[in-house]
Design a protein around this ligand. Structure first.
Ligand code: HSE
Length: 435
């Protein structure tokens, strides 16, 4: 293969994902070269610590000097899998300014500085691909940006954090507490020692921002995403949901508000625990798997399912991007760029509309139902079903509402808390997927 039929890659990071990218590039080099139409060679790998044992990686490629990779005129493309905001942001911007294409899996960086990075890649006329940043191996960004670009996306609803899905699956299937399921997820290596990014929804919110931006052709950052994690979900919440034919999932939802009859063209982007009927396609997504359910005007409903994390699955998405960039380069062309022409406003959470399940402890006395029903009605919220379980002098009342705004629901809960017969509003969980 002649020199100009080679694409030289600089790899920033050799952790779980980076090491797999390096391994697969060597293991599959013949096929990758045939598909890319050019040999794909790793020139250098930036790591933090040279002394770590990295089986299968040539130690001669390693350097702790990441800047030397993005400045190296011999390197054509940089794969960034170090994660975090800095130095990843500066390294990517420098690589682009040096005319290098960039492939990244960095969701946190894209959700914060996506607009700056897209602008920089446009300015430098280089490809910028990031399929691995959302839902690991699952091809979902290119389908949104390319296959579905002729359609009108109405809603994207996804399970895009495997750790929380594992925890919620264990709670649902074994009756485990949140803490018990979290400990199990940690012992199996799904959840990190500090699980905040996953269980408080930060990871899912970053991915939701990226999905929403592509689906609605609008700049969306992680700050635009309403976020609630799963820490407050109890074994009782799960068991009530289960008894009613629901499963609780941490869902990321990006939707056009016109879907709910609003005449204003705005979108809502939110991440929160959500009850969905066990018959919903997303309900069958178990353990650490991810899935993204897309609703389009013409295509109807689509679902993308697979492994959302892990070295090899994430490397699969990165290598797909690498081959795509190599093919573009052979043609002297670039892949599609981001479009944010729609520039839709992101509605505050109060405007979002969904159904809610409100659990409350009440005194089991005459008139309780009437008092609760009139408080709910006074706030313009309509009740779909009520379930009451007596427990001696007290009872648990479970109210499932029709679709209402978040603002109306918040007012309802505030007023319920003030009722003498309501001892405690135990939990409020949003409900999706009911026809
Ligand atoms: N920690 C993430 C998850 C994977 O549990 O899905 C990386 O985004």
């Amino acid at each position: 293969m002649s020199e100009d039929r080679v694409l030289r890659v600089g790899l920033l990071g050799a952790g779980v994902v980076g090491a797999e990218v390096a391994r697969l590039m060597v293991a599959n080099q013949v096929d990758l070269a045939a598909r890319a139409g050019v040999g794909l060679i790793i020139s250098k790998i930036a790591v933090r610590d040279l002394t770590v044992d990295r089986p299968g990686i040539d130690p001669a490629l390693l350097t702790t000097d990441a800047e030397s990779i993005v400045a190296d005129p011999e390197i054509d493309l940089v794969i960034e899998v170090m994660g975090g905001i800095e130095p990843a942001r500066t390294l990517i911007l420098t690589a682009m300014a040096q005319g290098k294409a960039v492939v990244t899996a960095n969701k946190a960086l894209l959700a914060k500085h996506g607009a700056e990075l897209f602008h920089a890649s446009d300015l430098a006329d280089v490809d910028f691909y990031y399929e691995a940043a959302v839902a690991g191996a699952i091809p979902i960004l290119r389908p949104l940006a390319e296959s579905l670009v002729g359609d009108h996306v109405e809603r994207v609803m996804g399970i895009i954090n495997g750790t929380t899905n594992y925890i919620l699956t264990k709670m649902h299937e074994t009756g485990a507490s949140f803490q018990g399921a979290l400990l199990e997820a940690q012992s199996l290596g799904y959840a990190e020692a500090d699980p905040t990014a996953d269980i408080d929804g930060f990871d899912a919110a970053a991915k939701a921002a990226i999905l929403a931006g592509l689906a609605f052709h609008t700049q969306v950052t992680d700050e635009d995403v309403y976020r609630e994690g799963i820490r407050a979900i109890t074994a009782d919440d799960v068991s009530v949901a289960k008894a009613m034919g629901f499963v609780i999932k941490l869902l990321a939802i990006a939707e056009a508000n016109e879907l709910h009859g609003s005449t204003e063209e705005t979108i809502s982007v939110r991440v929160h625990p959500t009850m969905i009927p066990v018959t919903h396609p997303l309900a069958s997504v178990r353990e650490a798997f991810n899935a993204v359910y897309v609703q389009c005007e013409s295509a109807g409903e689509l679902m993308f399912y697979g492994r959302g994390a892990g070295g090899t699955p994430t490397a699969s998405a990165i290598l797909g991007d690498l081959v795509a960039v190599a093919r573009n380069r052979n043609e002297g062309s670039l892949g599609p760029t981001e479009t944010d022409y729609a520039d839709l406003d992101i509605a505050p959470i109060g405007v979002s509309r969904t159904r809610y399940l409100v659990r409350m402890d009440v005194a089991d006395v005459p008139g309780v139902l009437a008092a609760v029903a009139s408080t709910v009605a006074k706030n313009d919220v309509s009740i779909l079903t009520v379930r009451q379980e007596g427990r001696g002098a007290d009872a648990e009342l479970v109210v499932l509402t029709h679709i209402a705004t978040e603002a109306a629901l918040a007012n309802t809960v505030r007023d319920l808390r003030e009722l003498a017969v309501v001892q405690r509003v135990v939990s409020v969980i949003r409900v999706e997927g009911l026809i």
